[in-house]
Design a protein around this ligand. Structure first.
Ligand code: PMP
Length: 353
């Protein structure tokens, strides 16, 4: 750190993304990417001409992309914001709406606490219940910014839309962000509730179900006044936040929506098979509605399992937080990848005996 950094930032603990190793080829089950490639439509759309056109700035209004999103999500472009990954949208929401403080769960997406610290917000941490389900009552009547991942990460647990509505109603004077990064893997989206509640921001991403983590594209649906706020921040920081290739790729991915829906179905199927196999091996596996599972074994600590799997060419994610340090989070890869994963786990457990 240089001596020039402002005091406010010098104590900030930055978010630690999952490993993206470039040294050797792993079966990569650590950052919840899709095992399936982008659709043919996306590949065809990014042609030589579009690459040459990179000399031009991208459309700051993202008109085509927004109109296609509006069509697919049965809404209007004025109710949609697009961001450079959903991380950027979350960043803007913390910046815009946290002045009275922010509430989120103890075990959830690690970036929330980083954004809260970045903007010097008062954080109210609401512990998940013993079984890792969200303490919905704890979020009632707070009237501060509320941020909930649904399904949650890294647990994969979902709260029903009735509970989302209870939270929205009882916090009518503050914004409630529902982070739906993993909703396409069997969850229920709150997007339609934005017609009824002007304090809801529903945030989604192309990084998971739409196989575009590297393109950096997220979107949010909310009341048009909230969207205007986010646009204001965007035009005050980076008007061309979505590069032109990503806009084209996002549009084409929406044209090919059925392909991605089918991939999500396959991932759900593989998730259930993997869950059952791990349970047969004695693991506790939380019921997941996401493209990952959260699992622990009494025979081996989370950190050790993570390290042994890495030695065996399989990357999963381990978190050091006390409450979850026995667990590993395993992204659901292709059927073949998960078969190898199970073989490696079986081997590692066998070597312990
Ligand atoms: N929300 C949650 C819960 C996540 O796990 C992630 C992925 N790390 C994100 C948001 C951000 O995803 P992206 O910026 O790639 O859209």
């Amino acid at each position: 750190m240089s001596k020039f950094l402002s005091e406010k930032l010098s104590s900030l603990k930055a978010y630690e993304p999952g490993e993206q190793p470039q040294d050797k080829k792993y079966i990569k089950l650590n950052t919840n990417e899709s095992p399936y490639p982008t659709s043919d439509g996306v590949i065809k759309a990014i042609n030589e001409q579009k690459i040459k056109d990179l000399r031009l700035y991208s459309d700051p209004e993202c008109k085509l992309l927004k109109s296609k999103l509006a069509e697919v999500y049965d809404t209007i472009p004025n109710k949609i914001f697009v961001g450079n990954g959903s991380d950027e949208i979350l960043n803007f929401a913390f910046m815009a709406y946290g002045q009275k403080g922010v509430a989120f769960a103890d075990i959830t997406y690690g970036f929330y606490s980083v954004f809260a610290d970045l903007y010097g917000l008062d954080s109210q941490i609401i512990p998940l219940k013993e079984d890792f389900s969200l303490d919905v009552d704890g979020f009632l009547g707070l009237n501060k910014l509320i941020v909930i991942a649904n399904p949650n990460a890294p647990t994969g647990k979902e709260i029903p839309l009735d509970d989302v509505e209870r939270i929205l109603k009882s916090n009518a004077n503050s914004v409630v962000v529902i982070d739906e990064a993993y909703v396409d893997f069997g969850g229920n989206s709150c997007a339609k509730l934005t017609e009824k509640y002007d304090n809801l921001l529903c945030v989604q991403t192309f990084s998971k179900s739409r196989s575009m983590a590297g393109a950096r594209l997220g979107f949010a649906i909310g009341n048009s006044e909230i969207i205007k706020d986010l646009e204001k921040i965007k035009y005050s920081t980076n008007p061309y936040n979505i590069n032109s290739l990503t806009q084209i790729a996002g549009y084409s991915a929406l044209v090919d929506n059925d392909y991605y829906l089918n991939n999500a179905k396959n991932i759900i199927k593989t998730r259930e098979i993997t869950t059952n196999k791990l349970r047969e091996l004695g693991f506790t596996v939380l019921d997941s509605k996401a493209n990952f599972i959260f699992a622990k074994s009494d025979k081996i600590d989370g950190k050790e399992l993570y390290l042994k799997l890495k030695e065996n060419g399989v990357l999963v994610r381990h978190f050091t937080k006390d409450r979850i340090s026995k667990f590993v989070r395993i992204t659901i890869g292709s059927e073949e990848e998960m078969q190898i994963f199970i073989e490696k786990v079986t081997k590692i457990l066998g070597e312990l005996e």
